[in-house]
Write a protein that binds this ligand. Structure first.
Ligand SMILES: [Zn+2]
Length: 258
């Protein structure tokens, strides 16, 4: 089978503070090693589990986080601006891993919880249910008939994934204590866990179904600041001074309307 790995940074092992995930901050350079190590552990696990092809998309912020010259040579990598699609080339893959993911905005004691933008997005609903990036990306994958087979992150992200995705394998690399604090697994233990979970997820792939998001897809967004709500237009309804709703034919198209 072919595995598509989306990798974010907030749920990477060893990371629990904002300064670790923001380019230009003192702790960020070291975090590039941490995300690269998690990716290499995941790639190893995928091939151990029998994967034929692995593609990794660096999806945090500008997409320039992985240390290219230290990556496992067996996989392929997407870095930088991915163009018009959030997950280019997805249709030739059978399963997806969400690596280093985080809980939705507003989750208590969850490491670096947010949905898409800490500064911009207060709350987000997908077809009426509170949702975060795990649901959004699993929904986009589902629209392409690709199931999410594994999620790694803190205990809250893993619980969110299990509530949403039946049969998903979760790799809990830390327990959130607050937005910027966690009980961290030691480095080698975290990497071993990720590799073992990825291998198990690849072997278990036939038991997981793609997430089906009902169409048309309604997305409601409450912004952090007032007066940023766009004007009403086709497919966009203003709910109140901070909140609006869009309706699109699938998850990715609805997301683009926000
Ligand atoms: Zn991120």
């Amino acid at each position: 089978m072919n595995v598509y790995v989306m990798v974010d940074m907030e749920g990477v092992s060893g990371i629990c503070r904002v300064s670790q995930v923001m380019q230009g901050q003192p702790d960020y350079d070291k975090s590039r090693k941490y995300i690269t190590w998690d990716v290499n552990s995941c790639v190893k696990g995928c091939f151990d589990g029998g994967a034929k092809r692995v593609l990794v998309r660096d999806a945090h912020c500008t997409g320039f986080n992985l240390l290219w010259d230290e990556l496992d040579p067996r996989a392929e990598y997407i870095q930088g601006d991915s163009g018009t699609e959030r997950m280019p080339g997805l249709d030739s893959f059978d399963g997806m891993i969400l690596l280093g993911y985080h809980a939705m905005a507003g989750t208590s004691s969850a490491v670096l919880e947010h949905t898409m933008s800490s500064a911009g997005w207060q709350h987000f609903w997908l077809n009426g249910a509170k949702a975060g990036e795990i649901a959004i990306d699993a929904g986009i994958a589902g629209d392409h008939n690709v199931p999410v087979i594994m999620v790694s992150g803190d205990d809250k992200a893993c619980a969110e994934a299990r509530r949403l995705l039946r049969g998903v394998v979760t790799a809990e690399v830390k327990k959130g204590l607050s937005r910027e604090g966690a009980i961290l697994l030691a480095k080698d233990k975290a990497h071993m866990l990720i590799a073992e979970c990825a291998a198990a997820a690849v072997r278990n792939f036939g038991n997981v179904k793609p997430l089906r998001i009902r169409r048309p897809v309604k997305m409601r967004l409450e912004l952090v600041s007032k007066s940023k709500v766009p004007g009403e237009r086709d497919n966009l309804k203003v709910i109140n001074g901070r909140t609006y709703e869009v309706t699109g034919p699938d998850v990715e198209k609805a997301l683009k309307l926000l």
